[in-house]
Design a protein around this ligand. Sequence first.
Ligand code: MLT
Length: 329
Amino acid sequence: MATLSRRALVAPAVLGLAAAPLAARAQASYPTRTVTIVVPFAAGGPTDTVARLIAEAMSRDLGQTVVVENVGGAGGTLGAARVAQARPDGYTLLLHHIGMATIPTLYRRLPYDPINGFETIGLITAVPMTLVARKDFPANTLQEAIAVIRRERDKLNYANAGIGAASHLCGLLLMSKVDAPMTTVPFRGTGPAMQELLSGRVDLMCDQTTNTTEQIRAGEIKVFAVTTRERVPSLPNVPTAAEAGLPDLEVTIWHGLYAPRGTPRPVIERLSRALQAALKDPKVVQRFADLGTTPVPEEQATPEFHRQFWMAEIARWRPLIQAAGQYAD
Ligand code: MLT
């Protein structure tokens, strides 16, 4: 008994001593295998588009394959939970958007800690949104669309990616500004929602330019406004919501990269450097510009800036959500 317990006490101490340099070596050579970026929405949508561009560019800098895995559902909380609960070794990351700032208040019961479950790596980009409709929607301007929304109200279907999604947030803003509820139809992401809009099975959606630009340019959907203060250079003919007579419908969707809490600092720093390199990659810069967005400056693609920004965003959204009392649970 005594011998056993002495062994039990001694063994971890010896292992601990041996493990420390091993862990340091593992961190110094990181990454030695494929890195997975979890996207908490369906494939083919705006978060997925950003993630695939970033993953490809980061893999060039890291010298290892970086793959994207879509874990959609429950407004982005399923994918976030998957990463919060993953091993903190730098091989499972999360690329998420503004939902990281609204979910901690919107959801009061989650199977993971939506704030302390993560390390920040860096911000990526902020994407404008567009208010779009099926091609045969009976309106051509924002004012005409508002009149139809007020007249038809809950007979109209508004597609979103669940509570906490950017499309949900923009829809809430829109409905409160025009004072008319619509029936919301949640999808695992606005990739699949876009397919329903294209086929005319849903009426309206507010979605990021990273998922709407090509369909707008091809004339496959109608667009009424962009949600930014200035017009978006890649869609120069689309008015801002304020120009079209709806001031305050202003929202841009920031994105960031996260790792599970406890990921070693040297690994976070390596990932942050790879992210900064990816944001300067000419292919990323060009494709972002085509889709209406730009990479953040290098100093914002850092763990410190990202955390500060994220905390400020949580504080900005909390009173608004609490005042609206519109919780997911
Ligand atoms: C959203 O509405 O949050 C996004 O469009 C989600 C997605 O990437 O599908």
